[in-house]
Design a binder for this molecule. Structure first.
Ligand SMILES: [Zn+2]
Length: 248
């Protein structure tokens, strides 16, 4: 059964000209980034009595800046985590023209670090910091150092370039426009349950364009016509789908 799915997925990927990749937490997790949304993931663990969605809000950042930073430094510190083979494959596929762009929900910038260039980071990234008043950029490694002041010289507050829970997703227009230029959607490591990303497959299916999904658990699209879904490890599945890259 699985073999047939792999064959179908490989055939669709082979005939696609401009692939759009949509990546989520599952891809980051395989590279060693702590999991957010799973049952025992970060988002189910409170911090000093606060739940993560409260802490990662603009309101909390403004009013409890020290605790906000303590949370980033202890729970969302990605220093030293590097992109794995899957990320390198995607960068390679972009260089050869096969992958047109990547839309990601992840905030670790691993795609950019792997060498991918057209990356839409829907929720921003924890690898960039700036002053919310004068917009001076700040070094992320410096900001991850305990005791580092969150105040800019101008009196503003330094913030990570991420979309907080009570903020809107500014790059969604970009994402939709990019999606419109692609002929296959490859979804990696997201259960497609959180909007706006969850509505991306529909955009392709309505145009009768193929959707290939690799995710550990079944997604709501698993049985939709036009969708080839493989439930398993992303790295292992990509090895089977792109054997040439991995044999080099
Ligand atoms: Zn400033």
């Amino acid at each position: 059964m699985e073999d047939k799915m792999i064959r179908t997925a490989r055939m669709k990927l082979d005939s696609a000209q401009r692939i759009l990749v949509m990546s989520g937490a599952g891809l980051s997790t395989e590279a060693g980034i702590p999991d957010f949304r799973s049952k025992n993931g970060l988002y189910s663990q409170n911090f000093f009595g606060y739940n993560p969605e409260t802490i990662l809000s603009h309101d909390f950042y403004l009013n409890q800046t020290e605790l906000f930073y303590d949370y980033l430094r202890t729970r969302l510190n990605y220093t030293g985590i590097l992109p794995d083979e899957s990320y390198r494959l995607l960068a390679h596929l972009e260089a050869t023209g096969k992958v047109h762009a990547i839309i990601t929900q992840n905030i670790d910038s691993l795609h950019l670090e792997a060498g991918s260039e057209r990356v839409i980071e829907l929720h921003g990234t924890l690898k960039r910091y700036y002053c919310d008043k004068c917009e001076t950029p700040y070094d992320p490694i410096q900001m991850m150092t305990p005791g580092q002041s969150p105040h800019c010289e101008c009196g503003g507050l330094i913030r990570p370039d991420v979309v907080l829970f009570d903020e809107s997703v500014p790059r969604i227009g970009d994402a939709w426009m990019t999606a419109d230029q692609c002929d296959l959607l490859l979804v990696l490591g997201t259960s497609l349950r959180v909007y706006p990303a969850a509505s991306l497959p529909t955009l392709f299916l309505e145009k009768k364009l193929p959707v290939v999904i690799i995710n550990r658990d079944p997604t709501p699209y698993a049985l939709s016509p036009g969708v080839t879904e493989i439930n398993g490890e992303i790295g292992k599945t990509l090895r089977e789908l792109f054997p040439d890259f991995f044999s080099e």
